[in-house]
Design a protein around this ligand. Sequence first.
Ligand SMILES: [Cu+2]
Length: 155
Amino acid sequence: MSNQTSSRSVRTLALIVTLCALMVLLSLTVALAVAAHVEPATNDSKPAASSPVAQSGTLTASLVDPAASAKEKTATVKVQVTGVKLIDPALTNKRPTKGQGHLHYRVDDGPVIATTTTKLSFHELTSGKHQIVVMLANNDHSPTGLGQTLEITVP
Ligand SMILES: [Cu+2]
């Protein structure tokens, strides 16, 4: 009789452990999904990240007055885009569309700035060499393949 009771409590314990493991797994999945900015399921048949749109157009980026700006620890980037309309991705349901995109700016390993502005200044740059990457992104933030890397050396 005591054997039966202990085997029942072992089974109950195993069940509790299994339930706990499931809960941990579930919350991990949710945390990962949030971390990866996974979109809630929509009517879109294609996942956004795996459907980059090849844009036909040009992107030309240049530094405005680089020598004088560098002395002020500043870099001002001016971008010219042809063939693609710059549009706020929030207005597009993040669906990649040919002829639509926005810009990504990034200094060194800093955060990516996503914007439709074609002129952007970076201040308080540290002394030394910096890389500024400008690229045209699709509505889903995937790269279009158009982009340019600029370099600036702050004294
Ligand atoms: Cu983006």
